[in-house]
Design a binder for this molecule. Sequence first.
Ligand SMILES: Cc1ncc(COP(=O)(O)O)c(C=O)c1O
Length: 345
Amino acid sequence: MTTTQQTVTREELRARVDALPRVHFAHLPTPLEDLPRLTEELGGPRILVKREDATGLAFGGNKARHYEFEMAHLKEQGFNAIVNIMDYHSNNARVTGAAANKMGFKYVLILKNAKDRVIQGNLLVDKILGAELHLLSEEESERAEELADELGKRLEEEGYKPYVRQQYAFPKYVGSLAYVDCALEIAEQLEALGITKKVRFFGVAGRSTAGLILTAKNLGLDWKATGIAVNYETEMQEYLYDVIGGAQEVLGLTTPFDPEDMTVMNQYIGEGYGIPTEAVIEAVHMLGRLEGLMIDPNYTGTAMSGLIDQIRQGNVPDDETVVFMHSGGLPAIFTFAEELAAYEG
Ligand SMILES: Cc1ncc(COP(=O)(O)O)c(C=O)c1O
């Protein structure tokens, strides 16, 4: 639940965000668009989509906004190389690579469970971005941290100042910080549309959705959020509580995020992360067919399958305005070509 007790004005919060070190390479503001044909098909409330997939940096996504803050921070600290450990399908790995290239940083990417994979989707983009790739087998993945340290040392010997990112706290909360920026953008866009009440966000449960709610609580906005979980591994409430403190502190926000503020739904994950359910495949096709909008089969497809189901079940009142957060992840469409192509409607 959001509180209506405003602790800061929008102008003041904007000023605090704008005072942070930042580089500019995302296409902002991203559009906030209507999805009228989806609303009609579902017979439900008005649905808008915030196009964070359109941030523009190597297929976009929410991470492009994060890295505007993170890269500026790294540059200030004198870093000029990044060593990253991610999974083979990672959107984060891809956007970090694109942002690192923009900054002129060397980018060394250790990808777990990646050996002998088809070079497609995010992995293909990582390759095109020219990252120094270390593709590990499942067994080798167990010593990824050790390898990152070794590669960090090698970079130091070569004269770089490497940022071996797992060691630092900043990326932990930059995801929520960046979504305070996004929330300010959305508040303006909604106001321009005359929508000031009963706003319900739907999106992947994570730092971004938490950042939106943190903002709403401190601006006294009538916003609620439903976060759709995409894996069973992350204890979401605990994780969010852990990551958001830094954003609150940096921005001097006095009403803290409370994990209870977000309704987290686990029932749309299916077998597990990266195994799209039938409902996800249906959602991807539905959005393409009705709205010409691409969503991905890992993150936004899962979130959209949750939204569709919640509306079909009658759990989203018609007097609410839904804002679906399109957080990106589009290269995964190509990784899951087989599953998506098998759909017969
Ligand atoms: C496409 C996409 N959406 C959402 C998320 C969740 O991100 P966050 O926790 O920063 O909100 C991710 C994370 O990798 C992602 O790749």
